[in-house]
Design a protein around this ligand. Structure first.
Ligand SMILES: Cc1cc2nc3c(=O)[nH]c(=O)nc-3n(C[C@H](O)[C@H](O)[C@H](O)COP(=O)(O)OP(=O)(O)OC[C@H]3O[C@@H](n4cnc5c(N)ncnc54)[C@H](O)[C@@H]3O)c2cc1C
Length: 381
């Protein structure tokens, strides 16, 4: 048990663990195979208060701590990382709306995201602009008192489901004095005229998390849907991504713990050469490494969340936690498959599915290479 965990944190962990094991674990394989979004699970997550946990009560949130929310993500990812991602991506939209939205926008768009009646998306990435987010090409222009948007987005989580709500979209809205693109965030309601989905994207991980291409062809939304100040979109999104890095660290932590738990159980159950494979030192040492990495990742992810709760700077800690936890989660998922032998390759085994999920975590919210750039840049500055 960690010294700084409060009674609230522990109570939430117990609740979410029960929910994940009772309501998600039995359907996780089916969700993976069918690449289906878990509507029932989403509804229950809303009822349990997970969707709005760390957000203000004034807009239907729970007023809880970021550390509690991180524990929710960790426990969900221990069982099914795709389900945890749906909650995490929704929360990133909630953070943008909560931090930069005006009262009318919060009433209209934030409230249903927090109570779980819809799910939100952030649309930043484009076919030709991923890590280099400043190079996006989607454009939005004010025409006759409304925004007209043209462009395409790719890899957008939480899009295309029956409960998908607003998309916070980054678009070029002009040029800055220094010649660089001026980027703004605009709230695009699902079903806005001129907004269509491309194909549903098939993935090696996060299969129950819905991912689509989005197209905007003279898509019209009201001028009031601008989020915050025109031209501050990239700054808004990058500040939200810092929190998102703690969330991805929490997802990685769930994979680490899940891999360790499953490998430990399997080693005791499986026998070869007339004895449990748990008696082979070559495998025992894999468990030891996984346990050390899980413990270290937990300290780093919880510390970053605790710093955010205290209103202190956490950017460097969030990048370090994201980098360390995701790379260790990839290793742990790899070793858990190895320990399961041929069974570990079969998708009916959770260790196999976690292997695909772990890879996604090294890519999203800034790849490992981008985290190393951020961390080293801060050191050199
Ligand atoms: C399943 C999934 C869900 C996603 N969900 C969303 C979402 O909801 N919303 C959204 O906007 N985006 C989303 N993304 C996009 C994600 O954020 C991007 O994939 C990620 O930022 C990397 O961009 P890219 O794929 O274009 O890779 P690129 O930026 O093209 O990178 C390719 C490689 O080059 C490396 N690289 C790039 N620049 C440098 C550099 N300067 N120095 C060294 N190496 C470098 C990268 O680390 C990587 O290894 C999602 C992606 C996936 C896979």
């Amino acid at each position: 048990m960690h010294p700084w965990l409060t009674e609230e944190n522990t109570m939430i962990r117990d609740t979410v663990r029960r929910f994940a094991e009772r309501d998600i674990a039995p359907i996780s394989e089916e969700l993976w195979e069918k690449e289906g979004f878990p509507y029932d699970v989403w509804r229950q997550a809303g009822e349990l208060g997970f969707t709005g946990l760390p957000y203000p009560e004034a807009y239907g949130g729970g007023g809880g701590s970021w550390l509690s929310f991180v524990i929710v993500l960790e426990e969900l990812a221990r069982v099914d990382c795709a389900v945890a991602n749906s909650l995490m991506a929704n929360s990133s939209v909630a953070s943008l709306l909560n931090n930069f939205g005006n009262p009318a926008q919060k009433e209209k768009f934030l409230k249903p995201i927090l109570d779980g009646s819809c799910i939100g998306s952030i649309a930043l990435t484009e076919p030709n602009a991923g890590s280099d987010a400043g190079a996006i090409q989607t454009r939005a222009a004010l025409v006759d008192g409304g925004w007209v948007i043209n462009g395409a987005k790719i890899f957008i989580s939480n899009s295309g489901t029956e409960v998908t709500g607003p998309v916070v979209l980054a678009a070029v809205t002009g040029k800055k004095a220094d010649g660089r693109n001026e980027i703004s965030n605009i709230i695009v309601p699902n079903g806005a005229p001129g907004f269509t989905y491309g194909k549903k994207l098939k993935k090696i991980g996060w299969r129950a998390s819905s991912t689509y291409e989005l197209f905007f062809d003279n898509c019209a939304v009201p001028a009031d849907n601008l989020l915050g100040v025109q031209g501050s979109g990239l700054r808004q999104t990058l500040s939200t991504i810092n929190t998102g890095r703690i969330f991805i660290g929490a997802l990685a932590l769930g994979i680490l713990q899940g891999s360790l738990d499953r490998a430990t159980t399997y080693m005791k159950d499986r026998s070869q050469f007339g004895k449990p494979i748990a008696t082979f030192q070559a495998l025992q040492f894999k468990l030891a490494d996984m346990a050390v990495h899980t413990h270290a990742a937990r300290l780093m992810v919880y510390q970053a969340a605790a710093l955010k709760d205290e209103g202190r700077s956490f950017d460097q800690e969030a990048s370090m936690a994201k980098l360390f936890a995701t790379e260790r989660a990839m290793e742990a998922a790899h070793q858990a498959v190895q320990i399961h032998g041929g069974y570990g390759i079969m998708s009916e085994y959770p260790v196999s599915r976690a292997f695909g999920d772990a890879k996604v975590l090294e890519i999203v919210e800034g790849t490992s290479e981008i985290q190393r750039m951020i961390i080293s840049r801060a050191l050199l500055n």
